[in-house]
Design a binder for this molecule. Sequence first.
Ligand code: MN
Length: 237
Amino acid sequence: MTIHDAAPGRDYIFAPPPVPALPVRGAPALFPVHRICCVGRNFADHAIEMGHDPTREPPFFFQKNPDTLVAPESGFPYPPASSDVHHEVELVVALKSGGSDIPAERALDCVYGYAVGLDMTRRDLQGQAKKQGRPWEVAKAFEHSAPCGPIHPADDIGHPAQGAIRLTVNGALRQDGDLDQMIWKVPEMIACLSRFFTLAPGDLIFAGTPAGVGAVERGDVIRAHIDGLDEIAVTVT
Ligand code: MN
C-alpha cells in the first residue's frame, strides 16, 4: 500500500494538485504522468562537449518532477537565479507498464509511446553543483523545465531507434543528431532503471541529448524535431 491509498474517501486539507498529463496523438484520453527520469550523457558528442569521456560507462539518471512538464504552446518562462539556461532536445519514452528487473528483451513491451521533449537546464547552476559534488535539482527540476509534445502511441509509429533529432533557435540549427547515436538504447535504459526503481505506468524517460546544447534568451523560438513525431515550438518568455 502506498501513502496515497492510506486515506480512501477522506477529505484533504486543501484541494489536491491536478494530475500532470500529456495529450496523446489521435486519442482523446490523456496520458497521466507518474515520474520523470532523465538519462545523462547518452550521446558521445554531447558527453565530449561537456568535458567527459564518452566511453560506455553505465548510464546515470536524475529526475524532474512531473509538474515541471509544460505544453509547448504555453511557452517557457525564463527561470530566476540563472543567466545561462540551455536547451536539450530529447526523445521522451512513455511507459504503460513497469516492474523491477525488467530484461532488456522485454523492455519495449512496457512502452506506450514517444514524444519530443526539452530538458531545459540552468547550466550555470549545474556547473556549480558538479564542482561542489551537489545534487542537480536546482539546475534540472525547476518549474516549466520540461516542455513536451504529444505522445505518439507505439502501436501507430513503432519504436523509433534511428532518425533525425534536431533543434533550431530562431531558425538557426543548434543540435543535429540521430537517434542511432544513443549510447544506451531505450530497452537498455528501461532495464537499467528497473534495477533501481520499480517502474510504473505513467513514468517518462527523457533519453538524452545530442551535441549542440546552448543558451536561450527571452524572445527566442525553439523548435525541436524528431523524425516521425510532431515537432514542438516553444517561445522563451
Ligand atoms: Mn538532458
